[in-house]
Design a binder for this molecule. Structure first.
Ligand SMILES: Cc1cc2nc3c(=O)[nH]c(=O)nc-3n(C[C@H](O)[C@H](O)[C@H](O)COP(=O)(O)OP(=O)(O)OC[C@H]3O[C@@H](n4cnc5c(N)ncnc54)[C@H](O)[C@@H]3O)c2cc1C
Ligand SMILES: NC(=O)c1ccc[n+]([C@@H]2O[C@H](COP(=O)([O-])OP(=O)(O)OC[C@H]3O[C@@H](n4cnc5c(N)ncnc54)[C@H](OP(=O)(O)O)[C@@H]3O)[C@@H](O)[C@H]2O)c1
Length: 438
């Protein structure tokens, strides 16, 4: 039976490319009119979180698909226009464009009663609504499009007379012009937006409930993620930490040197906040670090947990994203609190025929991992490999989740966090271990 791919962002086109190369017939549905998902600025799917100035923060040589490097003329950290052009090149090079049904939204995905892994997929496209049956469904709908606002909202937020937006809605820095801006969070959205605001706003505050190790894009003249490779990237975390810590100390010192709180965790225990501009903007006094918001005090007033108060016009919540699957009944698949138990971060143990692609948050780029996941899934679909019994997968999932809880800071942003090279190795091992005897 045919496979179904949901989405033609980078994960969906990786799936399409691999399935096609492996001779597995498939349909691919894309809600928008173009490929590239999040990287298509102002995507007409209404889901992209890209802002005008966005560049990748994982360098192009590490981030590119194995199947097609990014153009040599690209800078180390291309912008979203270049990324979208690269995805266009990928689909044209592999003749995938004609395989993708654009302007077609998947409305529901339902397991077929009594079947062992068949799924009914209902779509709505230019030809109207229809339901097709598949033997495998590869879910690649992205996990950075459904904004997570502070939960619960801060006291008094409803009465705040300024503007409140989520990073997902932020497009251009103009919105900050002449305003007093408060950015909440210290992930990559927060530091990028605070830096932009600091050039144009009257004042910019960045409030955070915990500290972060801010890593510059370059160390020793090299993109920071090129320091590790497929061999050194498998070194024990304490060794990697010691190497990076030493370079960071020389290059930027400590976050506390810039007025940021001391991180409550070790380097590499949180998703990396990568910016070469953020710390100097703090040093210039154009961004002021604040602890978390305590409450809104009426009008434009905000009180922070240290008791200080500021008047602000605009609050930008850079508080991350929810993992959402609107086309599944939550009984079938859901990720409450961003938790979704998956075998090797791909396979729901009790849902044969279902595979989730790109649902990882690596210390590094997602794309090569999504590509590796697709190779494994193609092995499974074609019968070249088999999954272990459900009970074994469930045991393994529980053990992985336990390890992950120890490895990363407890936060909804880390529920799918993985180490880049170790995860790649895990998928490769899985492909070998599960290979069916000839
Ligand atoms: C601001 C920002 C910057 C980032 N920078 C980096 C970076 O530098 N490096 C990195 O590795 N990662 C980065 N990421 C992570 C980002 O999620 C990935 O780079 C990449 O976009 C993941 O691709 P994807 O295909 O899984 O998801 P998406 O890019 O979100 O694509 C999902 C696709 O599925 C389609 N779709 C969704 N639902 C349906 C449906 N029901 N029916 C049909 N189609 C559907 C959408 O239209 C979309 O085209 C960044 C994320 C954000 C928000
Ligand atoms: N290419 C780029 O330059 C670029 C730019 C932007 C984003 N991205 C990527 O996009 C993804 C999402 O990044 P993101 O920065 O939008 O989200 P994120 O990584 O999930 O970070 C969310 C931030 O908000 C904080 N937060 C969440 N809820 C909060 C609350 N109620 N009160 C106070 N603080 C709260 C989190 O703190 P805790 O840690 O305490 O939970 C964290 O600092 C990441 O993969 C990121 O790398 C990349």
């Amino acid at each position: 039976m045919k496979a179904c791919v949901i989405g033609a962002g980078s994960s969906g086109i990786a799936a399409a490319q691999v399935l096609q190369a492996r001779g597995i017939d498939f349909d691919c549905f894309e809600k928008g009119s173009k490929v590239g998902g999040n990287w298509r600025y102002e995507n007409d799917n209404g889901m992209s979180s890209a802002y005008r100035s966005l560049h990748i923060n994982t360098s192009r040589r590490v981030m590119a698909f194995k199947s097609l490097p990014m153009p040599e003329g690209y800078p180390d950290y291309p912008d979203h226009f270049q990324m979208a052009a690269y995805f266009d090149e990928v689909v044209d090079r592999f003749r995938l464009r004609e395989r993708i049904e654009f302007g077609t939204e998947v409305l529901s995905v339902v397991p077929v009663d009594g079947s062992a892994g068949e799924w009914d997929v209902t779509i709505k496209g230019p030809g109207g609504e229809e339901t097709r049956r598949y033997g495998a469904v590869l879910v690649a709908n992205g996990h950075h499009w459904d904004p997570r606002w502070p939960e619960p909202a801060f006291a008094g937020a409803d009465e705040f007379s300024g503007e409140q937006i989520h990073a997902h809605e932020y497009r251009e820095s103009d919105i900050a012009k002449g305003k007093r801006v408060l950015v909440l969070g210290i992930g990559n959205s927060a530091v990028d937006i605070a830096v932009e605001s600091s050039r144009i706003a009257d004042a910019t505050f960045l409030a955070t409930r915990r500290g972060a190790w801010v890593i510059p894009k370059y160390l020793n003249g090299k993109p920071v993620d090129e320091i590790a490779n497929s061999v050194t990237g498998l070194a024990p975390i304490p060794v990697m930490r010691a190497v990076l810590q030493r370079s960071l100390k020389v290059a930027v010192g400590s976050p506390t040197d810039y007025g940021l709180p001391k991180p409550d965790h070790k380097l590499l225990e949180a998703h990396p906040t990568v910016s070469s501009e953020f710390l100097p903007r703090l040093g210039h006094g154009d961004i002021t670090a604040k602890p978390n918001i305590d409450r809104f005090t009426g009008g434009r007033g905000v009180r922070f947990v240290d008791g200080t108060e500021e008047e602000v016009d605009l609050v930008v919540y850079c508080t991350g994203y929810k993992i959402s699957f609107p086309f599944f009944d939550p009984e079938v698949l859901a990720a409450p609190e961003n938790v979704l138990p998956l075998y090797r971060r791909v396979v729901p143990a009790d849902r044969p025929g279902l595979y989730v692609i790109g649902l990882v948050q690596p210390l590094g780029p997602i794309m090569p991992l999504a590509e590796a996941q697709c190779e494994w899934v193609a092995d499974l679909i074609s019968g070249r490999a088999a999954l272990p019994p459900v009970a074994t997968m469930e045991r393994e999932i529980a053990s992985e989740e336990e390890k992950q809880r120890k490895r990363f800071v407890a936060s909804k942003r880390h529920t799918v966090e993985v180490d880049f090279y170790p995860y790649l190795r895990e998928i490769r091992r899985e492909r070998k271990r599960a290979a069916a005897p000839a």
